[in-house]
Design a protein around this ligand. Sequence first.
Ligand code: NAD
Length: 246
Amino acid sequence: MKLKGKVTLITGAGQGIGKSIALKFAAEGADLALFDINRETCTKTAEECKGLGGKCKAYAVDVANREQVTGACEEVLTVFGRVDILVNNAGFDRGATLLKVTEEDWQAVLDVHLKGALNCIQALAPNMIGRKYGKIINISSIYGKSGGIAAISYSAAKGGILGLTKSIAKELGRNNINVNAILPGLTDTPTIKKMPERYKRMIIEATPLMRMARPEEIANVAAFLASDESSYITGATIEVTGGWMM
Ligand SMILES: NC(=O)c1ccc[n+]([C@@H]2O[C@H](COP(=O)([O-])OP(=O)(O)OC[C@H]3O[C@@H](n4cnc5c(N)ncnc54)[C@H](O)[C@@H]3O)[C@@H](O)[C@H]2O)c1
């Protein structure tokens, strides 16, 4: 149990990668505060995590809404006493090519991925700095490094997360806070299940390991970065892609 007693806040925990991270962290002994815009799925994940033994509470929060994030984080700090680990995972896409991206969609995507991560980090960093301990894990995407066709806003947001990760790692290192990013490749989550099979096939054919990731394979890397086994890693951007776009 490498996360025994570690208080962890995970965003976008209602399904997919966020849910897998929650279940993995619960199995490793962490106490969990789960945020998702979808109260129903978030509560369901929390019930499953509680079944694994630890303390777990679900919060309906839109990470793009600064007031909601600040209020919920204050409540988490009161209920749990501290936050040791923050996983910024919440995300969504409104795919469009360059000439079709609307201002509204661009803003919405950047608000959730980039401002959402900043909102959570700013709400929790003072607690981590005060205790000289913290792990921040930002879920980016391989598109943040490579870009992607019809993924203008998404790639820009995910690339922004890499800059945010490195800048915050530089600022917070002196406070014993590790800040890292994971760049998943195609991962088999409910959202990806809706993607046309022909696109998935194209990606899989370009992936040396010749398959999608299972969400648990992303969660395993998050658990490593959250544990003290990775104590000398900060500012890293770790590709978990099966070799796609290496
Ligand atoms: N699945 C992939 O192939 C893949 C690849 C690279 C990166 N990622 C990234 O991993 C993360 C998780 O992806 P996934 O495939 O599990 O996604 P998903 O769509 O299956 O789940 C995302 C979760 O985030 C929640 N969410 C969305 N907007 C939110 C908001 N404003 N506030 C709070 N919660 C919100 C959703 O309700 C959902 O529960 C995302 O950041 C995504 O960009 C996914």
